[in-house]
Design a protein. Structure first.
Lengths: 395, 325, 395, 325
């Protein structure tokens, strides 16, 4: 139960902290969900990449630092503590890249990772379809074999970042005649400005175009843009989904930083407002610390294993993270809005919004947490069946 | 004792429900959020004809006297249909002016009753709702009331149909303990009307979600057959069913001028506001990404739930009021 | 939405209040779960009955006052506000009597109701069996036809009050060959000291013998002690279960009185303890008031109907009551114990227990609320399927 | 950094688990509750041989120095097996005497390490746990510590295995700021050990409930196949899984003498205490009437959860400590 950082880890933290102190913009960037803000965030990615802070855990040859999992956690802590901008490259770096490392070819990695790390190519995800949300295996969009590649048709929706992004990745049904619905799916990538692609921006709850619908009409995808074997896309996608649910997408640093801001808000509030919220504020602080320490334990387990043998994969334990961080995030933001009173609901385009609308924006974002990357209901089924061994039933 | 809506009250609710259904209130709300108040004002007039605004105006000013029970009936329907505008504020101002009986009463009450005047009110925090759409904005500070001359820029909130403005300037209309007392009464009326709106909003959210989970299939079955979905919706029904008698009871207490009225209104506000908020959270979760999208009309209901929960007394303020005895 | 009491209702309240003020014992009676306490509570029932306060809603011929539902609610409010003793006759008056009124014979009513009202015969319930808890229809204890009656055998458990009671009522399988499990059941009554009956007291969580196991070996039950038609017991039992879940067993008065005591406790607590509990205390007060008003509305609906036509039966709406009061009761007692700190857990046999262990005892009692009379999980299924019309699924 | 139990720590846990399993701790706990301390004292000696009590005693007094991480390992197992007695109090007194280094240290520490002395402590509220079974009861009030001469009558609580006594009389052993400081340290040790106990208790409750719902059938299927049952148990697993790193982290902070140690211990106490309490509530609900009965051994675990949650700092006190920074 050693919580002491090695000299290398402490040095890494110092280097990250000092770089961030020098480079994090003093004023918040414009909202990521506008064309102007998207460009500003893309520029920030370029700056991160220039000093190899864009994807610290990648190998050096692809622009990373070969950082360990613990170092990655440290970087995330420092990043959020510094109040650095949201990561517009997240879909690529956190979701697509792990799949490329696990299932892609050397040529794909050489071609795709650099521009991804530098923010030159921003990736959107194209998973969901109107009739396939939680039940992802029931996808209908299809890929039909053609000379040198595939012709892709169908409709994708809630495609996050797609309103402004460059390329997308997703699953398509390449073989409609398989015994089980998650067979016969192919994982492929395509440009959002390719012939046959129509992008219709979709507003999220607060109206910001955080995602889009994609209408695909015989879009040509060359074989070079298929990841893994055709028809074997589900397995590759699930390793991505595992990443989304688990350790990588919601880094502990984000919640630790938010919990500290919440505690500061609580200390400034008048006693009659703060008093009744004591327990909820304390629970947010405790929850953020628990998530941070849980992350260290998971990183240790992945690296050295419970018995000294690395486990390599979180498996169903990733569902524990997903449920915990999403409920923590929501509770934390509900508490913040309750501390702020009605003014807390003012959005970032209201000039009187507390903290530039950061709490309101965070609240809207947190509302999606229990839904995306597999609803919490499904996660709890997985936890009960795979970790506790309860009998499978109809859900 | 017969603690149920009367036949007349049920018919009044049905009539309003019919009127609002026929008026495509989601389109009215979207126009309102975009700054186009015309469809909203037109509907406002029809609501006045149906008797809504006269429920807080005395007979001599063209209304029916303060009828809190009928007011809760009306505001439940207004909430159910996400009708936009300073509805609560207008009836609260009416209640305020009736009590104050100043010169402004003669000027504004008949116009409020007739649906010709939308009036906003700033008495609980720095903002007035929809000041840009209102014909007048009253500002109560301590024991003075003034009519604002103008207002600052719109402050957008998470519900785009609720735009807030800081009122500016204006001349004092009245001053003294009568103002404080009338403002206290107006606050109770505002809280009661807001509670009823939350209740109606929650009912609509529940109905839409029940309908969705019955139709939407995933994993080969309607998602409404999953026990986790059933239990979340059962919890919402329970919350709404037990908030409703509090709202009706608070109306009765206000009508009777009971000393407990302020406490009962506060209790109703907490229960209805939290039930509406919980209904929105559940509607969002069970609609999944559909619920998180702006385009489906459902977003109009979801976004309004939390602002209503907090308007005219946050749950925390109202809980303190309940315990103050 | 009229909340004004009629003159008759106000007079009834005054009469009840003044009787209770004169007769409620100043010191709490000894615990109902001891032989001594049981006798003391039986004596209290006798005193209630002597002035016709034992079963106010019964017709006068059976010792009641023919009180309306609203009057019954009023009586309960006054009863609990006066801090009067727990009702040892509850199983009989609240569960068995409604069944006798609906399904019994005149002879049964004439013979059984008087002694029940006077506390001369205290009734235990004999529903559950080791393998039939929530799934009550799967009962196995049997009734075999014999001359002039039935021979009853099997095992009943969690039989409340049976450790000290006189007689019991329950369901027994009289026809093992029916297509569905809730058919072929017979509702019957028997003395707990009859030949063939063995009573083994069972401790509840705090060790008090609040219930017992009953071992039945060819116990003879005459035809006169069968309620309704043999084989039709399920229907009669469900009307009883409806009563248990719904309006009658958990009267609003109990929660209103407890919430007032809780608010008083909160006002006396030091600020640092009281502050963080503000919302929970307020919610208990609000919940108790909601339950009271909901009761008035239900009584109005039962009496005069939504449209002026009485509905007569709460149906599945009784499940709303059950879930609400049981969760309210538990939250209220959790909050009280948190206000009292560790000393709140001291039991009534600790001489330093706050409020003579009343909160601790109430807490233990409240823990059973979400379980008995149909678990809250099953109630929520019923609410979803019968009130909201959601599709039936495997639970 | 490797934030996981070491091989030695895992082996220590397995050894204790084996010892306690073989010792029929439910029977020991029932005897203890009935006032028969003999089986408990016998097991206490075997625990000492396994090294449990030496974890808070320095080498010169026969122990291994304060080892908070190993202490959490041991107390997790003691909680898992509902071992009764003043376990927490004894190690807290050891930590206290080590810091104070008064004459009493030489007298008691070797006996504590050897498992020969059960010592209770009254430092947080008016009561000492199991004073009737203890060989000594220390009482800390402000900056003085005394050894009690006797005690009042037993105060029964909802957990009959936890009997409380008001200590009486006695002579002062030490006085001054060193007492206050040592008592603060002992409080942290007591909180950490109690948190670990809650964690182990919760793990055992979860395991027993998972096993029950897998075997128990109603409506023709195992009740563990119902989604509502699954989700309640998943919630408990989540609560325990996220409490555990807090407990381990607090041990590390205490071992390092970090300035944040008091806060981290308080956070761990909240999370583990609430997780244990939630596990008991869920175990009770999912066992139904079986869970509400005294006779099944499960009741021993259920009844202990809330007292442990409140002992040595209620969740409210510990939450305030967390926010005090």
């Amino acid at each position: 139960m050693d919580l002491e950082f090695t000299a290398a880890e402490r040095e890494f933290r110092d280097e990250a902290r000092s770089w961030l102190a020098r480079h994090v913009p003093a004023a918040p960037l414009p909202s990521l969900e506008t064309a102007e803000g998207f460009a500003a965030h893309r520029e920030w990615e370029r700056r991160l990449a220039a000093d190899r802070w864009s994807a610290v855990s990648w190998p050096e040859e692809h622009g990373g630092r070969g950082a360990s999992l613990v170092q990655w956690l440290i970087f995330e802590e420092e990043y959020h503590a510094a109040g650095a901008p949201g990561r517009v490259s997240q879909n690529g770096i956190q979701l697509l890249a792990p799949t490329l490392f696990a299932h892609g070819t050397d040529a794909q990695r050489a071609r795709l990772l650099g521009p991804m790390a530098r923010g030159e190519v921003i990736w959107a995800q194209a998973w969901s379809e109107p009739e396939a949300g939680s039940d992802l295996a029931s996808l209908r969009s299809k890929a039909v074999r053609t000379a040198g590649g595939w012709l892709v048709s169908g409709q994708k929706t809630w495609s996050s970042r797609a309103a402004f992004a460059d390329r997308a990745f997703g699953l398509f049904r390449s073989d409609p005649h398989t015994p089980r619905p998650h067979q016969g799916l192919t994982y492929l990538m395509f440009p959002l400005d390719a012939p046959g692609v129509t992008v219709r921006p979709l507003g999220r709850l607060d109206g910001k175009p955080a995602f889009a619908e994609l209408f695909l009409d015989e879009v040509f995808v060359p074989d070079a843009d298929v990841i893994g074997e055709p028809g074997q896309g589900w397995r590759a996608a699930m390793s991505t989904a595992g990443n989304e649910r688990g350790l990588t997408l919601r880094s502990p640093g984000r919640f630790s930083a938010a919990a500290e801001r919440l505690a500061a808000l609580w200390r400034e509030a008048p006693e009659e407002v703060a008093g009744p919220l004591t327990d909820r504020v304390a629970d947010a602080v405790i929850g953020a610390r628990a998530y941070q320490l849980f992350g260290y334990a998971q990183a240790s387990r992945l690296t050295t294993g419970e018995d000294g043998a690395p486990t390599g994969d979180l498996g169903a334990a990733a569902s524990l993270n997903k449920v915990f961080w999403s409920e923590l995030d929501l509770a934390l933001h509900e508490t913040a809005l309750d501390l702020l009173g009605p003014a807390g609901m003012l959005a970032d385009d209201a000039d009187e919004a507390p903290a530039h609308g950061r709490w309101a924006d965070g609240y809207t974002f947190s509302l999606a947490g229990p839904i995306y990357a597999g609803t919490n209901e499904i996660q709890c089924d997985l936890i009960a069946e795979r970790l506790l061994g309860l009998p499978k039933g109809r859900r | 004792m017969r603690f149920l809506p009367s036949t007349e009250q049920r018919e009044f609710a049905r009539a309003l429900d019919g009127l609002l259904t026929a008026s495509d209130t989601p389109a009215v709300a979207r126009a309102w959020a975009a700054g186009d108040h015309k469809p909203g004002r037109a509907l406002w007039g029809r609501l006045a004809e149906a008797g809504v605004f006269g429920l807080a105006v005395s007979a001599r000013h063209g209304g029916m006297g303060l009828l809190p029970a009928e007011l809760t009936v009306a505001f439940t329907e207004l909430g159910r249909h996400v009708m936009p505008g300073p509805l609560v504020e207008t009836v609260a101002v009416a209640a305020f002016l009736e009590r104050l009986d100043a010169g402004a009463a003669t000027e504004w009450l008949p116009r409020i009753a007739a649906g010709e005047a939308l009036v906003s009110l700033c008495a609980d925090g720095p903002y007035a709702l929809d000041a840009d759409a209102a014909d007048a904005v009253l500002v109560v500070e301590g024991d003075t009331v003034r009519r604002a001359e103008g207002h600052g820029p719109a402050q957008a909130s998470l519900d785009p149909a609720r735009r807030l403005f800081r009122p500016r300037g204006g001349t004092v209309l009245a001053r003294g303990p009568a103002v404080t007392s009338a403002a206290g009464h107006a606050l109770d009326v505002a809280r009661l009307a807001t509670a009823a709106q939350s209740l109606g909003l929650g009912r609509a959210l529940l109905a839409q979600t029940v309908s969705h989970v019955t139709r939407r299939t995933q994993f080969g079955v309607p998602i409404g057959s999953f026990q986790a979905v059933k239990h979340r919706l059962a919890d919402i029904l329970i919350a709404l069913e037990f908030a409703q008698p509090l709202v009706h009871g608070a109306a009765a207490a206000l009508a009777a001028g009971a000393p407990s009225a302020g406490r009962e209104v506060a209790a109703a506000k907490v229960a209805a506001g939290e039930a509406g908020h919980a209904a929105a959270r559940t509607a969002l979760q069970l609609h999944g990404a559909l619920g998180y999208s702006e385009e489906p009309a459902l977003s109009l209901w979801i976004r309004k739930a939390r602002p209503l929960r907090d308007a005219w007394g946050t749950p925390a303020e109202c809980r303190r009021r309940v315990l103050a005895g």
